[in-house]
Ligand binder design. Sequence first.
Ligand code: ADP
Ligand code: MG
Length: 256
Amino acid sequence: MSRVISISNHKGGVGKTTSVVNIGAGLAYKGRKVLLIDLDPQANLTISFGVSESEHSVYDAFTNGQNLKPVNIRKNLDMIPASAELAAAEIELNTETNQESNIANLIKPIRNDYDYIIIDCPPSLGLLTLNAFAASDEVIIPIQPHFLAVKGLAKIIEVVNGIKTSINRKVEISGVFVVMYDRRKILHQDVLDTVIMYFDDRVFKTKIRENIALAEAPAAGQDIFEYAPESNGAFDYGRIVLEIIAMEEKIGNKSE
Ligand SMILES: Nc1ncnc2c1ncn2[C@@H]1O[C@H](COP(=O)(O)OP(=O)(O)O)[C@@H](O)[C@H]1O
Ligand SMILES: [Mg+2]
């Protein structure tokens, strides 16, 4: 079994990269072989692990027709870094045919080396994100409990469905989770109810609380489990990881 998962939300600053770092690290600690792909020209994922932007970036593979060359970060955890040049790829790809299939084609030869390939998407629904969806089995969406954030969900559903009916019939929104949640706030509870109305049992039971340690850890080049193992952030992401692992059984049954 291998799962290719895009972590996506076209709004910026909602915790995509933080989630990719800590879900990726958490899965690796649980013995899964994980590849993280940084598909955001801002390269925040790359920087969070202290990887140099220039080493075998996803842009090199895009433009030179090279294979992806994962950089090993630690046991069970590899990465394909991004670089600022990736912004140019979005424009260059525009002129190609099959412009949404590039990442899918690059992943194919290495897919079976991993249990999980997790793609950190840029904050847009442009060509890079379409490439991510075309390459993915699953899209998982972190959402902040704001009224307008819920409105944005309709757009992302539409885009995933567009890819599903054209180039990748496998892709599904497999999960949604709320980040920076405060259960004392009525608005947050209301938004959660609305998200459950849209996504039903695909909403993760775990909510990620606001936790300063999650914001501090990247400066130390660490994930939350190393940086602050007793923090709420480590507890919450640890539980999300278990929920993601629990989905494996269902997926295994489906592919049999
Ligand atoms: N649960 C959280 N609690 C506190 N700060 C957070 C949390 N999740 C993310 N952050 C911080 O919020 C900012 C945006 O998060 P980030 O993961 O970079 O979002 P995105 O990738 O969606 O743009 C970062 O500074 C990050 O450290
Ligand atoms: Mg990001």
